[in-house]
Design a protein around this ligand. Structure first.
Ligand code: SF4
Ligand code: SF4
Length: 502
């Protein structure tokens, strides 16, 4: 019998100590000093060495009911790969990690672990959590560096699937399907794959080469990419549905939420995403350049995009980068890890400060933001305490540029000949338990479904939809290998197609 990491795990007593977390303090991965890293757009973290990885992984007490897995959107098999990492079996650990995640080297870099796996780790009650994210990054980078990540092509199973959008949900869905023999074509409106991973996440958090490497794995698996194709304009949903056996709609949430306050059309007011793109990606997609060198930049919003804007503005030479957020730090949606990084790099935060008007001078250029101080009242429908204005507390924060980072809404999906995808009141696509929309054969996930959310959640949706497509097609009366271009002889009987673990 072939020895798998899981079997070896069961036979290997890796943690003889009763409370291994007492033996070593938690450490975060090495990080460049703030003053150094603001001089470039390179990643700010480096790896532990191998001995430190083993020490950090050995802090895990191997819970019978691991809360860390519950906290992970992908239900990653965290205790298993921690145990293997503690034993120095890094390749085996990465192999286990790759069974539940299509790009663990990416999620481990950008997940807000303090709200997910590490926030749920039981050690928080006694000490500090296991450094799950840093270990996940190490084992997967190690496996990639040692050429130990498979991109094997599966035999064609006779079905073809179109994936619309090449962001995290689309990549996860395409990868899962390709592993099982589907012929997958990814349609991307822009001229580069990666979606939000490339255009929305600055390189100092996730270098572009890491995304390109993962996309190359998909290509080697047989996934095809077509660029510059806008579904609903260049090709209709009906055409896709007739050409492919199923469609995954994973276009993300692309419509920026406006500031909805007076003055937002003044010169010097910009949406967050075009600003991030032109500073972080070679191809600026033709956006008007924004020069913040020696300028005062004010960012509206309290999410990760707001912090990305602050840190990008500092790297672009801004004299000040100030965030205005109407709630307090505890209620801010952005990652605490990224908040700490932004502070280290010189960003400033004005909490409990609500922008009411963007002020301009006579030539129509921004000169400040008029704000009112807030206090927190009763919880609202989201469970967070509702901010309430403090009387007579108006004041002005000076600004040369204002970046609006209030998040994004999904774009309305195009109709198909037989109807439209049902959407909810927020514009998110409504799905059944298999990830299928109200249009048979069209599946969806990621931000198009849930609104702006985490990359690991989008990946989970993509994997779930892949499972839904798999069930839909293998139960469907369609004959794989028919005129849609399949090769009948390549199709394995359905019983030999491996199940998709969700
Ligand atoms: Fe933690 Fe994210 Fe990795 Fe899950 S995917 S283990 S939440 S870093
Ligand atoms: Fe290990 Fe923490 Fe997960 Fe328990 S909850 S298995 S200690 S990582």
């Amino acid at each position: 019998m072939k020895e798998t990491p899981h079997r070896r795990l069961a036979a290997t007593p890796v943690h003889p100590a009763k409370s291994p977390w007492r033996n070593f303090d938690r450490k975060g991965p090495p990080k460049r000093p703030g003053a150094e890293r603001t001089g470039d757009f390179n990643e700010i973290y480096s790896h532990f060495d191998e001995e430190e990885i083993k020490r950090q992984a050995s802090r895990c007490i191997q819970c019978g009911e691991p809360r860390c897995m519950e906290g992970c959107p992908l239900s990653n098999r965290i205790p298993e790969w921690l145990s293997l990492a503690a034993a120095g079996e890094f390749l085996e650990a990465a192999e286990v990690s790759g069974t539940t995640s299509n790009f663990p080297e990416i999620c481990s870099r950008i997940c807000p672990q303090e709200r997910l796996c590490e926030g749920a780790c039981v050690l928080n009650m006694r000490s500090e959590p296991v450094a799950i994210g840093a270990i996940e990054q190490f084992i997967n980078d190690y496996a990639l560096a040692h050429g130990a990540v498979s991109a094997a092509r599966a035999p064609f199973n006779g079905f073809r699937v179109a994936v619309v959008g090449s962001g995290p949900a689309g990549i996860a869905c395409a990868d899962e399907l390709a592993k099982r023999g589907y012929r997958v074509t990814v349609l991307e409106a822009l001229n580069r794959a990666g979606g939000l991973l490339v255009y929305g996440i600055p390189a100092f958090k996730l270098e572009k080469s890491i995304i390109d490497r993962r996309l190359e794995f998909l290509r080697r698996r047989g996934v095809r990419f077509q660029f510059g194709v806008r579904v609903g304009k260049d090709v209709s949903l009906a055409e896709l549905s007739s050409e492919f056996d199923a469609v995954f709609w994973g276009v993300g949430a692309q419509r920026p939420k406006p500031a909805r306050i007076p003055g937002e059309s003044l010169a010097g007011v910009h949406e967050a995403l075009p600003f991030l793109i032109q500073k972080n990606v070679d191809n600026s997609l033709g956006f008007e350049p924004v020069d913040v060198h020696r300028k005062r930049v004010v960012v509206l919003g309290g999410g990760d995009t707001a912090m990305d804007c602050l840190r990008t503005a500092i790297r672009a030479g801004a004299s000040e980068a100030v965030c205005l957020y109407r709630r307090d730090l505890d209620n801010m949606p952005g990652s605490r890890k990224e908040f700490d990084n932004a502070i280290e790099e010189g960003a400033r935060f004005h909490f409990l400060t609500n922008p009411e008007e963007i002020l301009g001078c006579a030539d129509g250029q921004v000169e400040g933001v008029r704000c009112v101080r807030m206090k927190l009242g009763e919880p609202d429908e989201s469970g967070r305490r509702r901010p309430v204005a403090v009387p007579d507390s108006h004041h002005t924060v000076k600004a040369d540029h204002v970046l609006v980072a209030y998040g994004f809404d999904p774009v309305a999906p195009p109709p198909r000949g037989d109807g439209e995808m049902e959407v909810n009141q927020w514009g998110g696509v409504v799905l059944d338990e298999n990830g299928m929309t109200s249009l048979p054969g069209i599946f969806a996930g990621g931000d198009a479904f849930r609104g702006p959310s985490l990359v690991s959640e989008a990946a989970r949706d993509g994997r779930k939809a892949a499972g839904g497509i798999h069930r839909y097609l293998f139960n469907s009366p369609k004959d794989p290998g028919h005129e849609s271009g399949g090769f009948p002889g390549d199709r394995p009987p359905s019983s030999t197609v491996p199940p998709i673990s969700l």
